[in-house]
Design a protein around this ligand. Structure first.
Ligand SMILES: Nc1ncnc2c1ncn2[C@@H]1O[C@H](COP(=O)(O)OP(=O)(O)OP(=O)(O)O)[C@@H](O)[C@H]1O
Length: 454
């Protein structure tokens, strides 16, 4: 791995360092945002291309899909066993057209999902909002393919992180960054560190980042390639067992989290944000996993936590005050990823086949409920109180920087080397620094100066 691993003290995040002279207190800027819900329909697999299957999902346009109203079998065969007919569609015909923020068909790529879902979260993170994206769907519906993907076709976790690093590069002149990640799984109601497997871990509330895992190791990363190594290691520790529905079925909920701390160089303001990317275990029927034994018990636990998640989604969608987050480990962990301080994206994955008829219908209903959630988003901004000494230091640093930029510009002009784009950039930098200096000189106060953002 090559990178030092930081052991987090029980009640302290290693990325949050205390600064001498700078007192900080959390402030928040609130706004309300809907959960963005998209649906991805994966291509049929070889089994689903057989005689016993037909497509029951039709993507109509970028936002609408129809859960095929013509498909209403009295009975059909699955694995040679006759399945009972379903008549609920007749009662619910009006529900069969579904509208989401975006619908992706067979031909969609991970790159497109990323462009339309998580790419825009990077700006929110940079502004200090927590963000979260989770993949929901039945086993084999394509959640892991979407979230993790393969090395040659990376999923949205990698693509989002690569974008985060790109953005970090462009902002490095004005901000000091610290990035750390953790990767955990919730399996049979136990929380495990996928990067350092050991005893199960407990959850706790953290004043800065929201719900955190006690004693989790947070790994510092410097570039997206570090991430590949860590993700691969974590995935190899993930609980997977073959079910009839998917040879590499992930039996646990996997939660990948990125902690970002940014210090604005000019104002010393500190922003903290957390990105959570969650690959949920599949919600499956006993008939698909095969009844009996440990797999069935696992399925029951998965369904229990997904049921708890469904209850939270329903309560949030109804605007209720009490949300039963504490009903399962998964919902406790997702507390601030669903209704709380978070911009949330849900990717609902479905199979197109009649063989997954009930699962697809349930997923679409689940996703429709999630659309109604309004989260109360807060900006994790830390207002910085600077003592006079610190303030004077910043002014001096800014003056020096301003002088340096001015001289650079003069040199280029005298050498006649300056191109118009560079000249415009430097002039803008000078202007920005001058404005900032003016603003700082106008701040009043004797003992200490409080610099408030915007
Ligand atoms: N959009 C897609 N295009 C091509 N293949 C896909 C797509 N989505 C899924 N698959 C393939 O279908 C199979 C099942 O997908 P995946 O493992 O992602 O399902 P899952 O929802 O994560 O299942 P589980 O909950 O059991 O882990 C995999 O072999 C995967 O490569």
């Amino acid at each position: 791995m090559g990178k030092p691993e930081l052991k987090s003290p029980r009640h302290k995040n290693p990325l949050v360092k205390s600064r001498p002279l700078v007192k900080s207190r959390a402030a928040c800027v609130r706004s309300s945002a809907n959960v963005k819900v998209v649906v991805r329909v994966r291509p049929p697999n070889p089994k689903e291309q057989g005689d016993n299957s037909r497509d029951v999902v039709k993507v109509v346009d970028e936002q609408v899909l129809i859960f095929d109203p013509k498909f209403n079998p009295q009975s059909f065969f699955y694995h040679g066993v006759e399945q009972k007919g379903r008549d609920f569609l007749r009662k619910a015909n009006k529900d069969l057209q579904f509208m989401f923020d975006k619908v992706f068909g067979f031909e969609s790529t991970n790159e497109q999902i990323f462009e339309d879902t998580t790419k825009s979260l990077i700006k929110c993170l940079m502004d200090g909002y927590n963000c979260s994206v989770f993949a929901y769907g039945a086993t084999g519906a394509g959640k892991t393919h979407t979230m993790i993907g393969q090395t040659e076709n990376p999923g949205i976790t990698y693509l989002t992180m690569a974008e985060l690093f790109k953005t970090k590069e462009t902002l490095q002149d004005e901000r000091n960054f610290e990035l750390g990640i953790s990767y955990i799984e919730v399996y049979n109601e136990l929380v495990q560190d996928l990067l350092n497997p050991g005893a199960p871990l407990q959850l706790r509330d953290d004043g800065r980042y929201g719900v955190m895992v006690s004693g989790i190791k947070i790994h510092k990363i410097e570039n997206p390639n570090d991430l590949f190594t860590l993700l691969a290691k974590g995935n190899s520790n993930r609980t997977q067992h073959p079910t009839d529905a998917n040879a590499e079925s992930s039996r646990s909920h996997a939660v990948f989290q990125v902690y970002i701390q940014m210090e604005m160089k000019a104002t010393r303001e500190v922003r903290a944000a957390k990105l959570s990317m969650i690959d949920l275990a599949g919600s499956e029927r006993g008939s698909v996993t095969g009844y009996g034994g440990a797999r069935f018990a696992e399925g029951a636990n998965i369904n229990k936590s997904l049921l708890a998640l469904g209850n939270c989604i329903n309560s949030l969608a109804d605007g209720q005050k009490y949300i039963p987050y504490r009903d399962s480990k998964l919902t406790r962990l997702l507390k601030d990823s669903l209704g709380g301080n978070c911009q949330t994206v849900m990717v609902a994955n479905v199979s197109p086949s009649s063989l997954s008829y009930d699962d697809t219908y349930n997923t679409l209903k689940y996703a429709t409920r999630a659309k109604k959630i309004k989260s109360d988003v807060k900006k994790n901004v830390v207002n910085v109180e600077l003592h006079v000494g610190e303030y004077v230091k910043i002014v001096e640093e800014l003056k020096k920087e301003l002088e340096k930029v001015r001289n650079q510009l003069k040199e280029k002009v005298s050498e006649k080397k300056v191109d118009p784009k560079l000249s415009a950039q430097l002039t803008k930098m000078i202007e920005d620094r001058r404005k900032l200096l003016d603003k700082m000189h106008n701040v009043e106060g004797s003992e200490k100066i409080v610099i408030l953002r915007r």
